[in-house]
Design a protein around this ligand. Structure first.
Ligand code: PEP
Ligand code: MG
Length: 583
């Protein structure tokens, strides 16, 4: 019996047969062609590109309505890449100049792009590298006609070093059912991870040395907690235990589904509010079923990332109005918090040259960047102010360091209002304005900031990285980056208390707001507003309905005395176990 641990991406318990895919390395032949055959070879290449595009379009068509619109965007990006004139022309030129076969040139040119993107220490470019790898493998498969999927894969747990999004979709559309996926590759926010969630396949990523393991005929994949686990060659006792676990998990899922239409209240009757974190688009079908209390975080940078140039005031107004209108169709009058542009560090725009910095996470990002480029900022403020005229829209600033920035932003908002008045445009005069709490200085001065803003939203993703001085994207520092660190817990408590004293609402919109253990901690610290990815809402609602707030007083005291994150997690897990048994 052996155990492999990794990060759970989509939850589930699967007991089944592994299918070990030592990643087919397509042997690409490299041969010379005569100069008369060059045009023919280019034609062969272009046909395979066309086939790749047609295949992706077909997959996209099949998936429409089945998975999130936002997730389908992955395929649009691949189609756009296959249309990229630079990429296509580099390969055509390569075939002509080197008089080599198309497969070899596609490989060479894509490797050049992949290497270039991989060198950039930014997850977005790392994702670009994966996208290129994906489309180039698809073109090569078309050229070599090696795209068959082994039907033996059906019903098995796929064990693979790395699975590309289009490979996963191809498997899905060939009618093959994967009962689970175990990958060595780690990429919680990668497109593959997004797709496994959309297709609801229990998945573990970041498993170590998966090819030096004796897999045997039967394995257990358990991704029900944050840290996922695979048991290889399980003995009878373990198998029996997991059979029971599987039943328990199935019942829990049923219970969550049944509580979807119930109120978000604790056992002692206190209402908790659950909001959505969304990017540029909104998936209405998901929203109406989940019944959120509003949109707690609209990350506008995704709208900017989708564009080819800065969207002007008019465009922004329309985008925000469309989102509000669509949302209000099923959720009338509920608030929508629009966060102003938060680019810099990991988030970049193709059409905006950022200043090169040694330490971009500590440099010109978020509010620092928009205050340095006032026109850019004013366009967005005006778009938001105008869209808010007939909608319950609020505005929120990211990455605030000091009060001066808030005051400067306030002056700019007033300037925008004056200009809109002169231009005769309708806008909301008394829009509520809040700030993200992402920088330790915000925590220490929360009572002071509270006098200048209408609400706080704690961005625990960044707050954790800045409190612990640990890059949130660095795999090396991964073990230190932990939102359950007592330092982060105390920081949240300080902000929550300041909000209470000053009568300002404090919500949490970092990823932790969607984690069961964290929900217990946050409620114990007085937080009643949680904003999360849509998928987590039913689960969190179900959990809240089992919590007795009076029981959390004791937990709060223990959490605030904890010495390390393990102690924090133990306290929370212990309570979680108690309440999970409640109906
Ligand atoms: C955060 O930092 O917690 C947050 C919600 O913002 P983002 O993840 O977009 O940086
Ligand atoms: Mg942030």
């Amino acid at each position: 019996m052996g155990v492999i641990v990794g990060k759970s991406i989509f939850p589930g318990i699967v007991i089944g047969q592994p299918y070990i895919e030592r990643k087919k390395k397509i042997d690409i032949e490299n041969y010379k062609i005569s100069s008369e055959k060059v045009e023919e070879e280019i034609e062969r290449f272009l046909e395979s590109v066309q086939k790749a595009k047609n295949d992706i379009k077909q997959i996209k068509g099949n998936l429409e309505g089945k998975i999130n619109k936002e997730d389908l965007q992955i395929l649009t990006v691949h189609i756009m890449m296959l249309d990229d004139p630079q990429f296509i022309s580099d390969i055509k030129k390569g075939i002509k100049k080197e008089e080599n076969n198309a497969e070899a040139v596609v490989k060479k040119v894509s490797n050049k792009y992949i290497e270039m993107f991989e060198k950039i220490a930014d997850p977005i470019y790392k994702q670009r590298a994966l996208d290129i790898k994906d489309i180039s493998e698809r073109i090569i498969m078309n050229l070599t006609h090696e795209d068959d999927i082994d039907s033996n894969l059906n019903g098995k747990i796929l064990v693979i070093r790395e699975l590309l999004p289009s490979e996963l979709l191809k498997i899905y559309y060939s009618g093959i059912n994967l009962s689970g996926i175990i990958m060595e590759y780690m990429g919680e926010t990668s497109h593959t991870a997004i797709l496994t969630k959309a297709l609801e396949i229990p998945t573990l990523m970041g498993g170590n040395d998966i090819f030096s393991v004796d897999w045997g005929d039967k394995i257990i994949l358990d991704t029900t907690s944050m840290e996922g686990k695979v048991v290889t060659n399980p003995d009878i006792k373990t198998l029996n235990r997991y059979d029971e676990e599987k039943n328990r998990y199935r019942n829990k899922m049923k219970e969550i589904e049944e509580s979807i239409d119930k109120e978000t209240v604790t056992l002692d009757g206190e209402r908790v509010y659950l909001y959505l974190n969304i990017g540029g688009r909104l998936d209405i079908t998901q929203v109406s079923r989940k019944r959120p209390d509003g949109i707690g975080l609209l990350r506008t940078e995704l709208i900017y990332m989708d564009a080819v140039e800065f969207p002007n005031e008019e465009k922004q107004k329309k985008i925000y109005e469309n989102i509000a209108r669509e949302f209000e169709e099923s959720q009338p009058n509920k608030p929508i918090v629009i966060r102003t542009l938060d680019i810099g560090a990991d988030k970049k725009l193709s059409y905006y040259k950022m200043v090169d910095e040694e330490n971009p996470s500590l440099g010109c990002r978020g509010m620092r960047l928009t205050l340095a480029d006032k026109n850019l900022f004013k366009n967005q403020i005006k778009g938001i102010l105008r869209a808010a005229t007939h909608h319950n829209i609020k505005m929120m600033y990211p990455m605030i360091t000091n009060l001066k920035e808030i005051i400067e932003a306030k002056d700019l908002v007033e300037e925008c209002k004056k200009e809109l008045l002169i231009e005769g445009k309708e806008f909301k005069e008394n829009i509520e304005v809040g700030m993200m709490v992402e920088v330790p200085s915000n925590v220490m001065l929360a009572d002071i900031f509270a006098d200048y803003v209408d609400f706080f939203s704690i961005g625990t993703n960044d707050l954790t990285q800045y409190i612990l001085a640990t890059d949130r994207y660095s795999p090396i520092a991964e073990k230190l980056y932990d939102c359950y660190d007592p330092a982060v817990i105390r920081a949240i408590n300080m902000v929550s208390s300041a909000g209470l004293r000053k009568n300002k609402k404090v919500s949490v919109c970092g990823e932790m707001a969607g984690e069961n253990q964290a929900v217990i901690a946050l409620l114990s610290l007085g937080i009643r507003d949680l904003s999360m990815a849509p998928a987590y809402i039913p689960k969190v609602r179900n959990l809240i309905r089992k919590i007795e707030l009076s029981e959390l007083k004791e937990i709060k005291i223990k959490l605030l005395k904890s010495k390390d994150s393990q102690e924090v997690k133990n306290i929370l897990n212990e309570y979680l176990e108690i309440i999970e048994g409640r109906n």
